[in-house]
Design a protein around this ligand. Structure first.
Ligand SMILES: [Zn+2]
Length: 398
């Protein structure tokens, strides 16, 4: 079934998990025996199937009482890269500790890859995301680290459907600037950020040992804001380095990682309305501590979940698995974990008014699960439960 562009699509006979509290039962806004109507790629109506008024030209999709969720949103990936670090993974599994240095391997391979090769690799990963029901993916640069290469990665990311592009030129200090890291920060602020056409966010890895100090990170974020970008921060991942406090101070849309965040950090994030993006897969794969999700939630921080898809610490496009890890490793409730890959994740990429819930006016992005119970995303873990994936009113998988 594939509706032509502009045509109406009706998803009928569904357990609609709207993720819009006002629209149905419970924290997930569930409508039993529900239906959804999309016209021209936008949701125009959500309600009980028996109340649906079907346009004469609508394509009908029978969900068979299965759970239908908003298209999932991954708010943090390093999608565009070349090369392979499976050897580094294997070495780590033999006992070596994770350090930020491995990024240089990916930087080298990425610089050597052509635009066409980078696009092909990113498209393959994006197709795998889509297969898991993920219809919106944030994608960072950060493996180019020269003006030319960062802008190249940004163009690749911005050219992909469903991608939110982020400039993360301040990922690590590249080898050629190791002796003078502040000169590299100058380059990021004065040359790369002002030229980053098409980016929606500016991001920085605030990690005093291995990436950027609080002072350097603040310079990057100030330059990003001056250029008109919304802000993100990789914060308190390997140590309590001050990233979360900085994210709150500059009014960042999200603070990501937060494995070492404290209660005072959480209070600052809650006051600033900064969304916490947590990546239990990265903790699992590197043997690092898990982020304090319960503490963050209990202190009023909105929590989103992400794959952190990247070649070093978490090479996976399976956002469904993060829902399971959110529950069992971060002690989130199934409802919190589901909202963390839908509504909260949309908030973490500044798109709550476009995706992340099923309500009129938003893009008709949805996923029909194999199951009639959305909790199976956590319970029946490690397998792909996406049966049909709909993007902007068109069936793209299934
Ligand atoms: Zn990251």
């Amino acid at each position: 079934v594939s509706a032509p562009a502009g045509a109406a699509l009706a998803v009928r006979n569904a357990r609609l998990v709207t993720c819009d509290t006002g629209a149905g039962e419970g924290p997930l806004g569930v409508v039993e025996a529900g239906a959804l109507l999309a016209v021209g790629g936008v949701i125009t109506w959500v309600g009980r199937d028996r109340d649906l008024r079907l346009p004469h030209d609508a394509v009908e999709l029978d969900a068979g009482l299965r759970a239908v969720l908003p298209g999932l949103v991954d708010p943090h990936t390093h999608l565009v890269f070349a090369g392979d670090r499976s050897g580094e993974f294997a070495a780590r599994m033999r006992g070596q500790a994770y350090a930020a240095g491995g990024i240089a391997t990916t930087v080298k391979a990425t610089r050597e890859a052509s635009d066409a090769e980078l696009s092909r690799l990113a498209e393959e990963r994006l197709a795998r995301f889509c297969g898991y029901g993920v219809t919106t993916v944030e994608a960072k640069t950060g493996y180019g680290l020269t003006t030319r290469d960062e802008l190249r990665l940004l163009r690749v990311a911005a050219g992909l459907e469903g991608v939110v592009p982020t400039l993360m030129a301040a990922h690590v200090v590249p080898p050629e600037h190791r002796e003078a890291p502040d000169a590299f920060v100058d380059l990021v602020c004065q040359e790369m950020i002002p030229a980053a056409e098409g980016a929606q966010f500016c991001d920085v890895w605030c990690e005093p040992e291995g990436a950027f100090s609080v002072a350097q990170s603040r310079r990057v974020l100030d330059a990003g804001r001056a250029a008109g970008f919304a802000l993100k921060v990789h914060a308190d991942q390997l140590s309590h380095g001050g990233g979360a406090r900085l994210a709150a101070e500059v009014g960042a849309v999200s603070a990501d990682h937060l494995e070492h965040a404290t209660e005072a950090d959480a209070d600052a994030l809650a006051r600033a309305g900064t969304v916490a993006v947590l990546m239990p897969g990265a903790s699992m794969m590197t043997g690092q501590p898990f982020a304090p999700a319960r503490m963050l939630i209990e202190r009023g921080v909105r929590v989103a979940l992400s794959t952190d898809c990247n070649p070093g610490t978490s090479y996976s496009e399976n956002l469904q698995l993060q829902v399971a890890l959110g529950c069992v490793a971060l002690r989130m409730t199934p409802e919190e974990a589901l909202l963390a890959v839908t509504r909260q994740a949309a908030a973490a990429v500044g798109r709550e008014d476009r995706c992340g819930s099923l309500r009129p006016g938003l893009a008709a992005d949805a996923v029909i699960l194999e199951s009639r119970r959305e909790v199976d995303l956590a319970y029946h873990y490690g397998v792909n439960l996406a049966r049909t994936v709909i993007r902007e009113g068109r069936v793209v998988v299934g």
